[in-house]
Design a protein around this ligand. Structure first.
Ligand code: PLP
Length: 394
């Protein structure tokens, strides 16, 4: 077989999300699109704001000679300078364009960082439930993903992280606001993690890198604050994108912000830039770099996501579902009313509601609802959600 056994195996267990998403077209054909309620994929259904579209048009109209050519692998210096200025203002961290690499989305950014820091068999610790691709991303670079539980409300369990750290630990990777739980780690939680990693780095004799994956940083509710990881811990690297904040996931644009205080900062940055090149990204797309530079402060209309979160959260809890109220991102992660989350997701599917079992995120006993969908989808689904829990409980 011309395909590697590992990739063949990965295909088999790759993604519950895709499995559910692929069910969508079949069910829609059979039952009519308006009767199928698809909450399977975190694909924002809001259009980018008008300012973003205009910025793309303006970037496309730029006739500067060479503008579509190769550039520095880290990206245009003036784009990186603008990104750095925003982080300086928002987080009070003293970085400049030499600490930024423009990337092909947050997914590209995570891969660049892991390529740069991992030796074979190094371990990367991340909390459960997790963004499914982390497992594959760590494997891409010869590392081993080590998952640890979170607390009952999905905050970081520092004891569990401490217990998992050993001399092979290269990094801890967190994601806040979180996919799939919607949890935003508190300032206290982040400070505690930073203190733990400082202490354990000394114990094991190597700096543990804290990778903070933040593509949902702008999508937060009710005055919640997303603490600055760069401010809290010197050996930190933020990876992020404009995919969700600006509703641009198909345009593949994001960046890495490296803490200027990180150990061996110069060499680390050289490594990140090289990794961006040799992973075949070469650089982030020129057009999108230039476009986002002018809309760094734009944001989708978060009040729409908040309205959807409130509607679903209130309706589901009134039907008897147990759920931690999300503080950010656009996911709900309720407990499955029966132990077997896969069976419950199948029960929902019979009501033409597509969700993803917690098993797919390393957290059986729950299921994920991506509510980046229309209000009609939410309204139309409520009856099915109510019937499903009633039926499995009777
Ligand atoms: C937690 C998390 N990290 C990374 C990504 C990838 O983002 P991008 O599309 O910018 O590569 C996603 C996308 O859903 C995500 O949810």
């Amino acid at each position: 077989m011309p395909i590697s056994t590992k990739v063949a195996d990965f295909i088999g267990r790759s993604s519950w999300i895709r499995k559910m998403f692929d069910e969508g077209p079949r069910l829609k054909k059979e039952h009519g699109a308006e009767n199928v309620f698809d909450f399977s994929l975190g694909n924002p259904n809001l259009d980018p704001a008008k300012g973003v579209k205009n910025a793309i048009l303006a970037a496309a109209a730029d006739d500067t000679p060479g503008i579509h050519g190769y550039m520095q692998n880290a990206g245009f210096p003036y784009v990186r300078a603008a990104v750095a200025a925003k982080i300086r203002q928002d987080e009070g961290v003293d970085l400049d364009e030499n600490h930024i690499v423009m990337t092909v989305g947050a997914g590209g950014a995570v891969n660049v960082v892991l390529k740069t820091i991992l030796n074979p068999e190094d371990e990367v610790i991340f909390p459960k439930p997790f963004f499914v691709e982390y497992v594959f991303y760590v494997d891409n670079h010869g590392g081993n993903g080590i998952t640890v539980p979170t607390t009952e409300d999905f905050s970081l369990d520092l004891g569990a992280i401490e217990a998992a750290i050993n001399p092979r630990t290269a990094a801890v990777m967190i994601n806040s606001p979180n996919n799939p739980t919607g949890r935003v780690y508190s300032e206290n939680n982040i400070r505690g993690l930073a203190a733990l990693l400082e202490r354990k780095s000394k114990d094991i004799g190597r700096p543990i890198v804290l990778i903070s994956d933040e593509p949902y940083r702008g999508i937060i509710y009710d005055d919640v604050v997303v603490p600055s990881v760069l401010k809290a811990y010197s050996n930190s690297i933020v990876v992020t994108s404009f995919s969700k904040d600006l509703s641009l996931p198909g345009e593949r644009i994001g960046y890495i912000a490296m803490n200027p205080e990180i150990d061996n900062a110069g060499l680390m940055m050289e490594g990140l830039i090289l990794a961006n090149r040799i992973l075949g990204f070469v650089s982030a797309p020129s057009l999108m770099q230039r476009a986002v530079k002018n809309v760094l402060r734009d944001l989708v209309d978060v009040s729409i996501y908040k309205r959807r979160r409130d509607r679903l959260y209130e309706a589901l809890t009134s039907f008897g579902y147990e759920c931690v109220k999300p503080e950010g991102a656009f996911y709900l992660f309720p407990k499955s009313p029966i132990k077997d989350d896969v069976s419950f997701v199948v029960a929902l599917q019979k009501k033409l509601i597509l969700t993803v079992p917690g098993t797919g995120f390393g957290e059986p006993g729950y299921f994920r609802i991506a509510y980046c969908v229309s209000d009609q989808t939410i309204e139309g689904s409520l009856k099915g959600f109510e019937e499903a829990i009633r039926e499995v409980r009777s």
